[in-house]
Design a binder for this molecule. Structure first.
Ligand code: NAD
Ligand code: DAU
Length: 341
């Protein structure tokens, strides 16, 4: 199968490219990525350096909002499937600056859908998030029919793009499938998100900024388990359907932070409670029962093992971290954290 991946230089997209090329020797991947602050070709150096993989891989720098580029690429490559990861993915950035979020997550998805309306593919998998269900009271768990109740510009744009994608199935009979995953973690995760931020700050012996009381709950999914779930949907999912992909591991943020400090060998005195995120969703919870029942997929990595592997990866890849955490990263850090007391 030849797959056009969008956003394949980001955290989850690059894991999808690496694992798919490694697991399926018949697979070919074209990676279309704009290389925003979150896109990093270093995340794919293992592919570029692997003689068994590099001939089955092509990188194209470009924007999913560029309709003529999409037309040209679809004509040239004629992919069997598209797996659409490209997005502005960070809630805090979406609060500070919503414009790129609406450009990429909504207009970009629309442009892509219009491109495949003219040049159909066999599968279009739209990668979305459990954030579209909003904050749930315990012990509720969202299945795919749960109402959408978004809080941030990021989640509102993702919900909009889900509905748009599904409308192309209903109206134009395009083979659209939507996945909604819980919080991912693992290697190559950009250190603006909770787990890599806390790991890298712990190694640097600088404060770990916990929003509010730290009692918010997220369900943690190891990134390779997410990619396996996406492949299950791509290969076995039913068109027009939504599939939740969860990690089955709900933890309060403060518990995650404590475990990171323990794993990194740093003291709890580094924890600093700071002003909460505006509109902060307290609890995400989904059930992936539908995906498990229809495809046999299940998350395989325990949180303990996954966190240990992740901490070790950051310990072993300090040059990657140093490059990512310089320049514009520090400007955003200042913007996001300096006003939080
Ligand atoms: P990321 O921010 O690490 O990567 C996003 C990638 O998209 C980058 O490589 C970036 O350069 C690229 N990109 C951004 N705008 C683009 C554009 N206009 N055209 C082409 N490329 C563009 O994001 P991630 O964490 O890997 O998330 C990937 C997808 O998974 C997103 O759609 C996100 O909503 C979804 N998701 C993420 C999580 C999570 O925990 N990170 C959980 C569920 C769903
Ligand atoms: O649930 C899936 C979503 O998970 C994805 O759709 C998003 O792309 C991804 O960014 C993630 O969103 P969150 O907002 O849950 O992730 P983040 O890592 O930003 O925050 C996780 C929790 O940690 C959240 O409750 C806020 C808190 N937090 C985060 C940061 C960055 C802190 O307490 N301190 C911080 O510095």
């Amino acid at each position: 199968m030849k797959i056009l991946v969008t956003g394949g230089a980001g955290f989850i997209g690059s894991a999808f490219v690496r694992t798919t090329l490694a697991l399926d020797p018949a697979s070919r991947i074209v990676n279309l990525d704009k290389l925003t602050y979150a896109g990093n070709l270093e995340n794919l150096s293992l592919v570029e350096g692997n003689p068994q993989q590099r001939d089955r891989y092509r990188f194209v720098k470009g924007d999913i909002c560029d309709a003529s580029l999409l037309e040209k690429l679809l004509d040239e490559e004629q992919p069997d499937a598209i797996v659409h990861f490209a997005a502005e993915s960070h809630v805090d950035r979406s609060i500070h600056a919503p414009t790129p979020v609406f450009d990429t997550n909504l207009r970009g998805t629309f442009t892509l859908l219009e491109a495949i309306r003219a040049r159909p593919v066999k599968r279009f998998v739209h990668i979305s998030t459990d954030e579209v269900y909003g904050s749930l009271p315990a012990p509720a768990e969202a299945d795919e029919q749960y109402p959408l109740r978004t809080s941030s510009p990021y989640s509102a744009a993702k919900a909009g793009s889900d509905l748009l994608a599904l409308s192309y199935f209903t109206t134009y009979k395009l083979p659209v499938l939507v996945t909604r995953a819980s919080n991912n973690y693992g290697p190559y995760h950009f250190p603006e998100k909770l787990i890599p931020l806390m790991i890298t700050n712990a190694f640097d012996n600088v404060p770990l900024p916990v929003y509010g009381d730290g009692r918010q709950i997220r369900d943690w999914l190891y990134v390779e388990d997410h990619c396996a779930g996406i492949r299950a949907v791509l290969n076995q999912g039913r068109e027009g359907e939504i599939y939740n992909i969860g990690g089955n591991r709900s933890l309060e943020n403060i518990e995650v932070v404590r475990r990171i400090l323990e794993g990194a060998g740093r003291p709890e005195s580094l924890i600093k409670y700071v002003t909460d995120r505006p509109g902060h969703d307290v609890r995400y919870a989904i059930t992936s029962e539908k995906l498990e029942r229809e495809t046999g997929w299940a998350p395989l990595m325990s949180f303990e093992q996954g966190l240990e592997k992740t901490i070790q990866w950051y310990r072993d890849n300090q040059a990657w971290v140093a490059r990512v955490k310089s320049g514009a990263y520090m400007q955003f850090y200042e913007l996001n954290y300096s006003s939080r007391t």
